[in-house]
Design a protein. Sequence first.
Lengths: 313, 720, 126
Amino acid sequence: MSDTDVIRTQRLTRYFGGKAVVREVDFAVPRGSIVGLLGLNGAGKTTTIRMLLGLLEPTRGSCQVLGTDSRELTPEIRSRIGHTVEGHFLYPWMRVRECERFGRETNSHWDGAFFERTVRRFGIDSAAKVSWLSRGQRAGVSIASTLAGQPELLILDDPALGLDPVSRRALNESILEFCESGERSVLLSSHLLDDVERVADRVTLMVDGLMVVNTGLDDFRQRVAAWTVDVSHQPPFGGSVRTPVPIPRLVNCRPLGDRWQITVVDPDEDTSAALAAIDSRSTEPVEVTFDDAVLAYLSRSRVYYSFFAERTP
Amino acid sequence: MKPLIWKELRENVRWMPVGVIVVSVICWMARPNRSNPGGLIASDLVTQLAIVTPLLAFALGVVQAYRDLQPGAGAYLHHRGVTGNQIFMAKTIAGFAIYATSIVIPILGLACWIAYHGMSWYPMRPAQVVPSLAYALASFTMHPAAMLMMSRGASWWGTRWFPLIPAGAALLPFFASLQSGGLWGAGVSLIFILPLLAWMIAISRQSWRELSSEPPASRANVKLSRRWLLPTYLLIGVTLCWMTLVAFFIETVENASRPRVWVPTPEVSFALHSATHEPGLLTYLQEYDANAHGYSVRALGGDVVTQGATVDPMRPLEAPKQWRSFSYMQPISSTWYQSDGFFTNVNQLQGLPLTLAYDLRGYMICYEQYPERRWTATIARDAVYPPGDFSGEPFLSEPTAGSNVFSSFSSAGYTTPLLDGHGVYIVGTEPLSISTLIDQPIDSATLVPLEKGHAPRLLVRHGDQISEYQFMDANGSDTWYVDPNEDLSPDAVQYQSYSKLKSLKDFSLSAKVVHTYQVPAPIAESTVRVGLANDALYLAVYDQRSTLYRVDAADGFEKIDFQPTTPAANASQDGFDVTHLLAGWLPGFVGVLLAGFATWGSLFDVENGPTWGELVAMPIQLSTTIISFAVVTAFIIWFTRRVAYRRGLSHNQTMCWCASALLLGMAAPLSMVAIYRQVHREKCSHCGKPRRVDTETCEHCDQPWDRPLHDGIVMLDRAA
Amino acid sequence: MQIRVIPGSSAAIYRQIADQIRRLVAAGELAIGDPLPSVRALAKELVINPNTVAKAYAELVRDGVLETQAGRGAFVAKRRNVYSKAERLRRLDEAIESAISVSLTLDFTSEEILERMRTKLEKLDL
């Protein structure tokens, strides 16, 4: 365990019944980075987060958070980790200032001023009852009470879910303000790719319980390339394209009107050769946005069988 | 801790009104009134609370545990600088505060109401609510039990509710002991309630800390010795559950196969010939007489008992009505078992227009019913006192015991005297008065009929002295007594009923010791049945059918040994039945206990115990049970091994459980299901055998898991 | 100085920032020696990760558009050509091609387009 990693997992695996939800995940979050954790619903993000927080024990493998095995987190270490729950759970009967009091009394390092600031940023009256608040305001209280604990590591589980644009902006501002010192780290699970692109400097991608990407955001963008091909035959039902030569490191191939977009990682000569072998009227490179790259990975599990190589005899 | 308790209180205080209302309704129902005239506060209250308070505690436990075990709420609460332990304790403390408040408020209200009305209206004292409070405290065990149930990840259709069983079963003895009430019983119960509560909370706390994060089987299924609280608890629960189930089946089968018609069984007992004063051994049959709508006793036969004779209790008798069966010396003891702590059941003494309650301080409290219910007098041993006056000399035991001893007085149309451990008293009405008829310590007493026209004699025993009293009127004769039933024909079974009883007070009775008998030393400790001859007393001890003692009034006794012919075995017939087939499902330790008792019984000749001889005398039933047990045990061991495999237990653990299955029966595999977490298996990519998913290496080929296959699209910089 | 970032576009955010600063410098809105906002301030303003801004500044410094002075931040540097002649031509062609294609779709004649372009260039007074 190097000092520079705030989270490190070794072959982290979790089964629910006989079904593996997280499989053999090895990843690390370096100190001071903001890591976006992306994946479809059910890809295992929340399960991974629950295991990191010690709320769920791994079936096998292990994970360390702030240098401690997450099965043995002490209250002291717990208070150095901030966490917001998916959907921003708060006790509906509490008032905002009671939330603050509850947080102050159950956390060892509490920054009341930060709480006030954040709550104001979301435009919340501190005498309001939680059950009266809008979803965005509730998110604000949740974020404020998490960040005011001055954690070293912040684990946010889909904090932007269902937020209005103003609250989203306030959320991003809060996260960035929190990380200003460069010593604090964030693991941000989200479905909002724009926000992740703005805020994160690293991106991790989970597909079907496997971690397939864990790298710098720009590195990720640079290594993914895409082409469109215009194949002569119409995609049949269920959509599949036959290639004479298998395309190496193919991420995804999806229909784009009557053309096909092929997304590849680390293109090289073999890729060009494989593309050239396709009976296509035109093969054009496409500019890959961050969204495209992520979507190519995420939709891979859904349309994986739409593209397969015809084995040359 | 403080904010957690505050949070729990704030969150769940809204359930308190529900509890207050429910318990208030119960208090309202338990109070004595016109529709509940016999309502004794303690027993009624405990009976009704017995159903409601466990439910309240259970519901509160479920509500408190449920929300914070949901993923979102759980993460919100658990993920801060607090431990699971603190959260659990906060829940327990806050839960108890809410529970206790919602019960104490209405019950204290009831106590205040009682204190306000005092005893002038009904025999009740505020302290009668104490047993109910003790029971409510015991019921709180359902709260940790509910939290335990919630924190276990087991299936609702499986073993999840098992933790409720021991907690619920533990309440039954408290119910039994507290229902009869009394501060003493409540105090003794408290001694057991507090450890029980502590035990339950400790178990639930362990479960909450360890099971709510759903540990994998490889961590949860090992080292039970370090955390034996929960497994032991589950084992007890499952065993109880299983035994109840088998007992229920046996009971059902028995009920279904039992004949619907009551078949009277003859009873052999001693009797005395009223003319010759010879003792005899007679067989009586109690039968239901449909014409008279009552039971009548008929002598089937019998014979005179003489020293060394062989007596046939079925020999036909010439004049069965001449025989009077021995009387049972009724022990005079305190009647706490039918009290609710301070008062015995409210009853009416025959011949008195008053409702009486015996205050356990030693006074009869008299209530007038009409025109309004009020406390009219306090009867003490020496005199009648006004209400509220407890300065008289108290009775030693409940004096209404006299109505049992003197039951033949009331059937002959006389009022019955009172009788306590220190004498016999006659109560007169208008004005209410009490006078002492006999002043001597009494351990047990019985009334023995004499020949027609004479008052029966009272036999009073104190220590090993039995005194024979004769009741005489002012003239010194005992012919004042007239029993109308004696003139009825021998076959009549109807009894006279009386509109008004003749008051004994009017006869200005006195009692005189006629004889004094010494109870023979060999039976000085036993309760006896007696038959009174002219100058002699015949004593028989229950269950000694071949010995009789004749005690002379002068002195000395004679032990009469004889040989009764054994009646035809009326024991149940040996044969195949489903009951014994089902008995094979009982845990083996029941058999071990039975064998132990049988050995004990055979070696030491214990009364009433089973002996090997009796067991072997019914070979079909015995072998049915043994074969059934063997087959069932074979099945259970197969089942245990299967469960052990599914639970991924080690070889040693499996062997231990198989061994315990011999003693515990089906409870062993069911406990395993409850205690251990299931193991899932996947096909190993190295050796092809199913391997556990929760271990790092394959248990067959020792290979680690394969990394998942990637087709070159995985991007990991400085990957792990 | 006005910089906007649009996430989800084909250019990475750091490239958007770098391009906009380049354009501002080229358009003269930022003169030589003008200070740029600090990395942290710009990141806060744009609500983006400071590392992204830092990366954009680093690229501009590498390209010679900006220069950093230790402890004082970044300033617009003296212009110097860091590209080869061929590269500059290629970039010019790229820009003109896109302008022309847009103009043609708006139904302007080549004279009108040239006239317009000349006026713009004269206004810049290069």
